[in-house]
Design a protein around this ligand. Structure first.
Ligand code: NAD
Length: 361
């Protein structure tokens, strides 16, 4: 059966990364019917918006999209397309597996952690009051009337809402992911000892939900302790579920543990739609040079195959990527021992090497 997928090449290096990824995915033998749609700075002039309505409608209709990175235009009044997509499609779960592949430069071996980050609540909900504004003064007066502790006049305020329902859906997502991907443990990450009514709520929901998954171990970790433990013994962690802000920070940390942005895949998933995309941005300085590393986007494509139920193809694709990286010959500059290694190949030739491996399996 063909899978219909919205393909958004994005801008900057996005189109060349997307083309390499599309070719590799097709070489797995899975039949993908691409619904090509545009978004990003390149369509802004023509469409009057970086996120045309028809692109959004296509993702809604197909339920699955593969997306190249998109530049956030500065000073144009347009908000980030990436944020808009997550918001419009209610993509509440950000999934970021971080795994070491032999051959990728990293200080660590045997890291295989999956970050499940809540995407809609917390300090990133966008509820903020600027210092000295009328609204901030009103919020401060109202809060000061409710409590003994006083907020200083002239403070800026960012609100941290965390709900039981929002916590439950992300925590359930993490346990379901663990169960369906043969994982042994989910760790709930908070600072519940300090923020009792937000992180504390997340933790109490974590305890309730974990009781429904007796086959998966549940561990409770404080986020500050986690940062130290991850740099000391990252191989001891499996799946981590975190509220939005901690998830953002920890997922960059774990990407760093496994070799950086070039190899860090991701997905933003909701109830009705899922968008698969690399963690990195559009790397605009390399646009059109056939230079940057498509691994993160190709591995995002692997996550998409899993999401589509194509587990066998996903496993073959990952094995082919790992084999090409381990061989170390036909890889992009950032996967070579030094960045000016003349034997580095381009984005497209690296994809060719993966396709060649796939064709042998
Ligand atoms: P970036 O991720 O584009 O680049 C950071 C550094 O990593 C640069 O040195 C870049 O050259 C390098 N890099 C990134 N991807 C690489 C790859 N595949 N192979 C090799 N090297 C790679 O981050 P930035 O420069 O902060 O952002 C550029 C634009 O991308 C901004 O407009 C930003 O808003 C946007 N952005 C988009 C997304 C997305 O589409 N989801 C995510 C992050 C940033």
């Amino acid at each position: 059966m063909a899978h219909r997928v919205t393909l958004i090449p994005g801008d900057g290096t996005g189109p060349e990364l997307t083309e390499a990824t599309r070719r590799v995915l097709e070489a797995t033998g899975v039949v993908l019917e691409w619904d090509l749609r545009q978004a990003g700075v390149d369509v802004m002039e023509e469409a009057g918006t970086p996120l045309p309505e028809e692109t959004l409608a296509s993702v809604k209709a197909n339920g699955v999209a593969l997306k190249g990175p998109i530049t956030t235009p500065i000073g144009t009044g347009f908000r980030s397309v990436n944020v808009a997509l997550r918001h419009e499609l209610e993509l509440y779960a950000c999934l970021r597996p971080c795994k070491t592949y032999p051959g990728v430069r990293s200080r660590y071996e045997d890291v295989d952690v999956v970050i499940v980050r809540e995407n809609t609540e917390d300090l990133y909900a966008g509820i903020e009051y600027e210092a000295d504004s009328e609204a901030a003064a009103h919020v401060i007066d109202t809060l000061n009337a409710l409590q003994v502790k006083q907020i200083a006049a002239g403070s800026g305020i960012s609100v941290k809402p965390i709900s039981a329902a929002g916590s439950e859906r992300i925590i359930r997502f993490a346990f379901e992911y663990a169960r369906s991907h043969g994982r042994r443990e989910v760790a709930g990450v908070t600072k519940a000892n300090i923020m009792k009514f937000t992180d504390g709520l997340f933790l109490s929901v974590f305890r309730q939900v974990s009781a429904d998954y007796p086959d998966i171990a549940a561990r409770e970790v404080l986020v500050d302790a986690l940062t130290m433990q991850l740099v000391q013994r990252p191989e001891e962690f499996d799946v981590l579920v975190l509220p939005n802000l901690y998830g953002d920070i920890i997922s960059d940390l774990t990407a760093g543990l496994v070799g950086g942005l070039g190899v860090a895949p991701g997905a933003n998933i909701g109830t009705d739609a899922a968008v698969f995309e690399a963690t990195h941005g559009s790397a605009p300085k390399y646009t059109g040079q056939n230079k940057v590393n498509p691994t993160a986007m190709i591995l995002s494509g692997k996550l998409m195959l899993e999401h589509l139920g194509e587990r066998d193809a996903a496993a073959r694709l990952e094995a082919a990527v790992a084999a090409v990286i381990a061989a170390g010959e036909s890889v992009t500059y950032d996967l070579k021992p030094t960045r000016d290694d003349p034997s580095a190949v381009g984005t497209s030739e690296y994809a060719d090497a993966i396709i060649e491996r796939l064709e042998r399996t």
